[in-house]
Design a protein around this ligand. Structure first.
Ligand SMILES: Nc1ncnc2c1ncn2[C@@H]1O[C@H](COP(=O)(O)OP(=O)(O)OP(=O)(O)O)[C@@H](O)[C@H]1O
Ligand SMILES: [Mg+2]
Length: 259
């Protein structure tokens, strides 16, 4: 096995990020270290302002480390971005209203030099993967919030990114839709085998989705604990009633309470 095959998907080493503005200096992340193996599902949980989005933005090469480093797929975040190994899903689906669902998914093929699709799934196949077969030609205003978010997931999966970064993608959705999309995301993760970093405020969402949950504390943003979620990889919503899930949720709540 060479170094490339054993490199973690993301490895942060004593990562600190400071934002200096005219009014103040904010330490968004301080001395953050952790590893995520390829193919894993990591949930990021913590109070508002603890640096969750900043951490995703470092991985995505949108923010630079002030100190320390964050390796992505054995190289720099910049290399991973240039080689189009990353997909990003935001809280707001951010679709272009004048383009249909399939045209929105196709967008990365057209902009910024264009993704090379190669042998990876077509936009139509990706819409089927996220449960939107038959909706290809609908415009965003004709879709529900959950459907729009599915389109943005399909778009992020174009080009088969090795890492999918998701920043509170279901935060604005009602609980029933969110539950359904949580189950579908687990299925998509298992089908695509992509590594997922998923930011959420919800203890239940973090524990239901993650193989691990990285709990961050605020002021400054730092690692509170990396929690292993000892549940089967294949999960349905009923698992939230199990004794083990209830125990995990209580542990996460206690950690958040001391953040
Ligand atoms: N571009 C920036 N310039 C200045 N300060 C910033 C910038 N981005 C983030 N910050 C500050 O860094 C800290 C962490 O912000 P970040 O957005 O990462 O938090 P978060 O955990 O994602 O919060 P939330 O749960 O509310 O989304 C905050 O204090 C924020 O004000
Ligand atoms: Mg955020």
């Amino acid at each position: 096995m060479n170094a490339q095959t054993i490199a973690p998907a993301v490895a942060c080493r004593a990562l600190s990020v400071r934002f200096v503005t005219e009014r103040r200096t904010v330490t968004a992340l301080e001395n953050v270290s952790f590893d995520i193996p390829k193919g894993a599902f990591l949930s990021l949980l913590g109070p508002s302002g603890c640096g969750k989005s900043t951490l995703l933005r470092v991985v995505a090469d949108l923010v630079n480390a002030s100190e320390g480093a964050c390796d992505v797929l054995g190289g720099t975040p910049e290399q991973a971005r240039r080689e189009r190994k990353l997909g990003f899903v935001f809280q707001d689906a951010a679709l272009l209203p004048w383009r249909t669902a399939i045209q929105n998914v196709e967008l990365p093929l057209e902009v910024g030099g264009g993704i090379k699709r190669g042998s990876s799934p077509t936009p139509r196949e990706l819409l089927r993967l996220v449960g939107l077969e038959g909706w290809e030609n609908s415009f965003p205003h004709e879709l529900s919030g959950g459907m729009r978010q599915r389109v943005s997931i399909a778009r992020a999966l174009l080009g088969s990114p090795q890492i999918l970064l998701m920043d509170e993608p279901f935060g604005a959705l009602d609980e029933i839709t969110r539950d359904r999309l949580n189950e579908e995301l687990l299925r998509i993760w298992q089908e695509t085998k992509t590594t997922i970093l998923f930011v959420t405020h919800s203890i239940y969402e973090a524990a239901f989705l993650g193989q691990k949950v990285l709990v961050l504390a605020a002021n400054p943003g730092r690692v509170r604990e990396m929690v292993d979620i000892d549940l089967p990889a294949t999960r349905d919503l009923a698992i939230r009633d199990s004794a083990e899930f209830v125990r995990i949720a209580a542990h996460l709540r206690a950690l958040l309470g001391s953040c």
